[in-house]
Design a protein around this ligand. Structure first.
Ligand code: AMP
Length: 309
């Protein structure tokens, strides 16, 4: 007789507690106050939902590094400009919750708009300076004001020890680090690398808008970035030369309209120009493929964020 199955049936493995879907700020505060009182380290992953492997890489990092993981799903109206895709932004709460439950996330905070912006709210949090005065900050006026306002509110509600963001939105990480420093939020910001499809396309909830031919055209963004990296690896440090490599790739692809291609300083986001050396730089792209606006970037000459499993 085999003893092992019998012995195994006697051992009970503790199953993780079920995930809680929280919709009110009052509930969230009291649940997380209890976790904090137990001394648990709280990891927070803010998202707008329509979750993909990019989001889930942040969740896995939080799972590895923290005792309790909170993910928020909130399509934040204030970070969308007029004529942008707020109404049609994909909302897939059930599927999102399934993915988060598989990762043993403890709390999903998916509030209605009034919980985050109480009626009559009059307060904005805005980083006003070089971090927002370029790239997306110029093309999408008010966007970062919406992002910093909602993230500051979420930081207050969740009180995380660590908050996780993706390199995919590079400028956002710079802006949020600035806000966190300026407002003395007692937390660490972790940036996780951009997750891509095997063919190079950076994962994005907005990729759902792309038709098959548009998706093929969208590959020119990562192709351009990777070509620039090859050029950089041969020793090229002239910002204009690197920029041209990306620009040529995008311009030679039908259906792609460049919004910007910029070679910027990784910390300040100041554009590198003329005789300046792009020894350490970020190449940032925004482009339209059909009606869909996509962004992507690559860090050159310095360690990108450590890869997540
Ligand atoms: P979003 O739902 O688009 O607001 O994104 C929520 C978080 O996921 C942000 O910190 C994004 O930078 C991050 N994220 C989105 N796409 C990716 C990706 N492909 N790889 C890594 N992180 C990502």
């Amino acid at each position: 007789m085999c003893l092992i199955p019998c012995l195994l049936s006697l051992i009970s493995f503790p199953s993780p507690p079920p995930m809680s879907l929280v919709q009110s700020t009052a509930d969230l505060r009291s649940l997380l106050a209890a976790e904090r009182a137990k001394g648990n380290r709280i990891g927070f992953v803010p998202t707008m939902g329509a979750l993909h492997r990019g989001h889930m890489s942040l969740v896995s990092a939080a799972r590895r590094e923290c005792d309790v993981v909170v993910a928020s799903i909130f399509v934040n109206p204030t970070q969308f400009g007029p004529g942008e895709d707020f109404e049609r932004y994909p909302r897939t709460l059930d599927a999102d919750c399934e993915l988060l439950a598989q990762e043993n996330v403890e709390y999903v905070f998916a509030p209605p708009v009034e919980e985050v912006y109480p009626p009559g709210a009059q307060t904005w949090v805005e980083v006003q300076g070089p971090a927002t005065a370029t790239l997306e900050g110029v093309r999408r006026p008010g966007h970062f004001r919406g992002v910093t306002t909602v993230v500051a509110t979420l930081f207050h509600l969740v009180g995380p020890d660590v908050a996780y963001f993706g390199q995919k939105d590079y400028q956002q990480t710079v802006v949020l680090r600035q806000m966190t420093r300026d407002l003395a939020f007692p937390l660490e910001i972790r940036v996780c690398p951009t997750v891509r499809d095997p063919d190079g396309l950076a994962l994005s909830s907005r990729n759902q808008y792309l038709s098959e031919p548009e998706r093929a055209q969208a590959l020119s963004l990562s192709r351009g970035l990777f070509s620039a990296r090859e050029t950089f690896d041969t020793g090229e440090r002239n910002p204009a030369a690197l920029r041209n490599v990306v620009q040529d790739t995008l311009q030679s692809t039908n259906g792609v309209a460049i919004d910007y291609v910029a070679i910027v300083d990784p910390e300040t986001l100041a554009p590198l120009e003329g005789a300046q050396s792009a020894e350490r730089c970020v190449i940032a792209i925004a482009a339209r493929v059909g009606k869909t606006r996509l962004i992507d970037n690559l860090i050159l000459g310095m360690e990108p964020p450590a890869p997540q499993e």
